[in-house]
Ligand binder design. Structure first.
Ligand SMILES: [Zn+2]
Length: 329
């Protein structure tokens, strides 16, 4: 039986409802918060409120509500006990938790980081254990590992602006091994939409099935020729970064979604919001948040004349297919 691996267990993928393929409900510390305090998302109550908006907008599209893929990876302020507390208070919410890695920059100084000290196989084993046994309560941030019942259902990899560092290559090699071993999908972070093609080529070269790779934050590089080059490797693209007007107008994301759909790529596009800062969430006072795809994008696409079946694919069906695990593990 095919399944998606959520915080509460394995479920039939078609029960995920609206799928927000990249977002953040909880982040309790670590490098990104040190770099910019706006990244601190440590309040269960605020996350419950934010997730509540998402579920209520999702119910306009699916009676199942919705799924947030919380893309905080290992040693980045991931707190699965808090995520579980959120999940328990929001009916109609499912959460898929990530393991894997962010870009090197986020780990600050990395000469002594365990990624630098361990072998690729040792790192892969830690990721595999997150997926098959349960995520470490301490987020792999110290020597004591205490596994929770909450398993990861997706692996994150990430690269720098316009380059892939040696640290990031090692993380990608370990992640590819873990993906092949467990059948989990890989969802990536690109910085400003750079290195998307190189990520796809490298992960495919390492043996990960192309249709289990999604290249994320790629909307920032609003270049249709480039986006099609990546899609032609067989991977998914994730269009997220909603309402980031300081970088580009919403019309760019709409144009990408419209044109890629017309050119036959519509089954391999995921939506997310990546509202990973306080200033990007309604619960902390922003005008938009984690509910943006079902609350704003969906109605806008319909108003702009998109085929309703394509809108359903973008909001629900593509994510349900992508986050399906490929192995019984
Ligand atoms: Zn993110």
């Amino acid at each position: 039986m095919s399944y998606a691996r959520t915080l509460l267990g394995d479920v039939a993928p078609d029960t995920l409802g609206v799928v927000n393929a990249h977002d953040h409900l909880i982040r309790t510390g670590a490098g990104e918060v040190y770099i910019e305090a706006d990244h601190l998302l440590d309040s269960v109550d605020k996350a419950v409120e934010e997730a509540g908006y998402f579920v209520s907008a999702s119910r306009n599209w699916s009676p199942d509500g919705g799924t947030v893929v919380d893309m905080c990876p290992a040693n980045c302020g991931r707190d699965v006990d808090k995520l579980a507390a959120v999940n328990a208070q929001v009916p109609g919410l499912q959460i898929i938790i990530a393991t894997g890695f962010h870009r090197e920059h986020v780990y600050l100084e990395t000469r002594s980081h365990w990624v630098s000290r361990y072998t690729v196989d040792q790192i892969a084993d830690l990721l595999i254990a997150d997926i098959t046994e349960g995520i470490d309560r301490h987020d792999y941030s110290g020597p004591i590992v205490d596994r929770t019942p909450y398993k990861a259902g997706v692996i994150k990899v990430a690269t720098a602006y316009g380059k892939i560092t040696a640290f990031e290559r090692k993380c990608m090699e370990a992640s590819a091994k873990a993906a092949i071993e467990t059948g989990a999908p890989i969802n990536t972070h690109t910085t400003y939409g750079t290195c998307g093609l190189e990520q796809a080529q490298m992960l495919i070269g390492l043996g990960v099935p192309a249709d289990q790779i999604a290249i994320g934050h790629i909307q920032r590089n609003a270049d249709l020729y480039y986006l099609r080059q990546i899609l032609d490797t067989g991977v998914y693209l994730e269009i997220d970064g909603t309402y980031r007007i300081k970088y580009q107008p919403e019309a760019n994301r709409m144009m990408e979604l419209c044109e890629l759909g017309k050119r036959g790529y519509g089954k391999r596009i995921l939506l997310g919001t990546d509202s990973g800062k306080r200033s990007y969430q309604k619960a902390y006072g922003a005008v938009t948040g984690v509910d943006f795809n079902p609350a704003v994008d969906g109605p806008r696409m319909i108003a702009e004349g998109f085929d309703p079946a394509y809108v359903d694919d973008l909001l629900m069906n593509n994510g349900q297919t992508f986050f399906t695990m490929r192995k019984d593990s």
